[in-house]
Design a protein around this ligand. Sequence first.
Ligand code: SF4
Ligand SMILES: [Zn+2]
Length: 315
Amino acid sequence: MVIENVKPKFWVEKERLNSKIVDCLTVILRTSGCYWAKKNGCLMCNYIADAYPSTYDELVNQIEFAMSNKNFQILKIFTSGSFFDTKEVPEGFREYVYSKAYELGIKKLIVESRPEFITSKIVDELSALKFEVEVGIGLETANDFVREYCINKGFKFKDFERAAKLLKGKARVKAYLLLKPPFLSEREAIEDAINSTLKIKNLVDVVSLNPTNVQSKTYIEKLWKLKLYRPPWLWSVIEVLKQVSKEVDIISDPVAAGKIRGPHNCGRCDKDVAKAIKEFSLHKDISVLDVECECKALWEKILELEDYSRIPLVK
Ligand code: SF4
Ligand SMILES: [Zn+2]
């Protein structure tokens, strides 16, 4: 069999493991891609552009390549889809990942999946492992209306709830929440993220707040090009973190922070504000979020006035 020399994306970064900061290897494997993206797809996502139908051997190759000569205690295996979907990740590959992680003595494995692939069989499989497993699920919002009409996610809150309850106590549950789906004002987006966090706080172990970035060839990009969408302000990320950090373990690692297509402020403070958000996520010290810039007053005005010019989408 010919094995294509397909390379995954990978990098080592710092992550929190209980109270320690350790090295984490993140590997984004090239798989055939998320089935939902092929069928319909979420309005902000174009991960499918990187899809490649890797065989079992090609996936093993990608992992071996990414892992060579590296030390890490946490391993994140992302597929830009669902690790537990056997149409995307060939049968047997999960077992290979588990045995590799065991052999390397890693402390924690993090994977991602849509809720429909989380079954009792999968949960039994995870409970038998000798290291901690965390499963990330892209809930995006706890509001079914916003998830359906502003994101086109293709599942309901009850689907997430079922999966989270199955996993709870057997594996760690991480929910991804999307800060500022299209069609929400800045204020509505903040409220949606806060309400969603509070609604799921007893179902999850950690919330990852993902401010929207404008990926190419997406529906959101069309809106953005027509000036009908602006990615969230970094002040909004800080606002959500401050409001809910006492209630739940919450982290955020904004992608493309400070860039025009990513969450941004005025341009002058973006670097410092993004750094503060990362510092908070790593060390859990709320005081690092006390950053200031003149543009904060403009953001406050937007929260106050933006809704007057439009019909509120969410009551
Ligand atoms: S956001 Fe997730 S579920 Fe939606 S299309 Fe992209 S990979 Fe699939
Ligand atoms: Zn600023």
